[in-house]
Design a protein. Structure first.
Length: 304
């Protein structure tokens, strides 16, 4: 079935040894070195059997390496067939698109991978995966274009906006629009935005839960996420209408590139048996760098 190319890192033919980020629609300014992903052929070992034998063996070895090089080149161009997570470099019927031609060039051909797994939320830009809890879904489109997973089934928000709400939502985004680099400072600065987006106002300024009436911080602590030291702030909010809920801002360095901080926002409605606060901790522990399924990453599910 033909579908749109997912966001991901793909080779930049104008900058050998470099990969550029494709956002699903066009090339972006994000780049990274691809050197770590390139296979290296082993050096040939000399055979000491006499001049004639040595010459013939070296010739055969060189010829064999040329075959291996051709096979490696074909592998890189056409894409691997191991776990299905490596993106291919261009459309299957033509040369790879160039970043400078992004306005007219087609996107790279999509590869089967964890993006197609309903139990895994993949954020290619930040290089992490999250386990999707049982009974949750991954929407194809969101209003703020963040990587999102949420409880299946919506309900009408209790405020006067006429909007639709979800009992549980988790989003992943790159920290932007701030000069803060300290994980604690970023989490403390983001928690207010996280609460307002979940229980305050919608994108057009309507009160979706009758407005936030009070706030109470429940946790503020460092935490290890995907092998990196981050920080989280958890807050309870009461609202003018509805039961209110709990929000959390989790900030940690990205697993790729320049390690730009990543923000994971949690929003759980209060009074939901399927959404205990311990589920926030379980989801946090399940965050993994892409390609690392240690401890239950790709292919695993999280129960409340």
């Amino acid at each position: 079935m033909t579908h749109a190319t997912p966001p991901g890192w793909y080779p930049d033919v104008n900058m050998p040894g470099t990969e550029r980020w494709w956002d699903g629609t066009a090339w972006t300014g994000y780049t990274r070195s691809a050197a770590a992903t390139q296979p290296v052929a082993p050096a040939p070992q000399p055979v000491r059997r006499g001049a004639g034998t040595t010459t013939r063996t070296v010739a055969m070895t060189v010829a064999g390496l040329l075959v291996v090089a051709a096979a490696v080149t074909g592998f890189l161009v056409l894409g691997g067939d191991d776990s299905g997570t490596r993106p291919v470099s261009g459309a299957s019927t033509g040369a790879p698109p160039t970043a400078t031609d992004s306005a007219s060039a087609p996107g790279p051909t999509p590869a089967e991978g964890p993006e197609d797994d309903p139990t895994v939320l993949v954020d290619q830009l930040d290089g992490v995966t999250l386990q999707v809890p049982e009974g949750w879904e991954k929407p194809e489109n969101t209003l703020d274009d963040a990587s999102t997973m949420r409880t299946a089934g919506s309900y009408t928000c209790p405020g006067d906006s006429g909007s639709f709400c979800y009992h549980g939502t988790v989003t992943v985004r790159t920290a932007g629009g701030t000069d803060l680099t300290d994980m604690k400072a970023l989490a403390e600065a983001d928690i207010g935005t996280a609460a307002d987006r979940a229980y305050g106002k919608n994108t057009v300024g309507d009160l979706i839960h009758g407005g936030i009436r009070s706030r109470k911080d429940l946790a503020s602590k460092p935490v290890t996420v995907a092998g990196r030291t981050g920080y989280l702030v958890r807050r309870q909010v009461t609202t003018g209408k509805g039961p209110g809920g709990y929000v959390q801002s989790l900030v940690f360095p990205s697993a790729v590139g320049s390690e730009t901080p990543v923000i994971v926002r949690f929003a759980f409605d209060a009074g939901q048996d399927a959404l205990p606060l311990s589920l926030m901790d379980t989801i946090t522990r399940g965050i993994r760098p892409i390609g690392d399924a240690t401890g239950g990453g790709v292919g695993s599910t999280v129960a409340p």
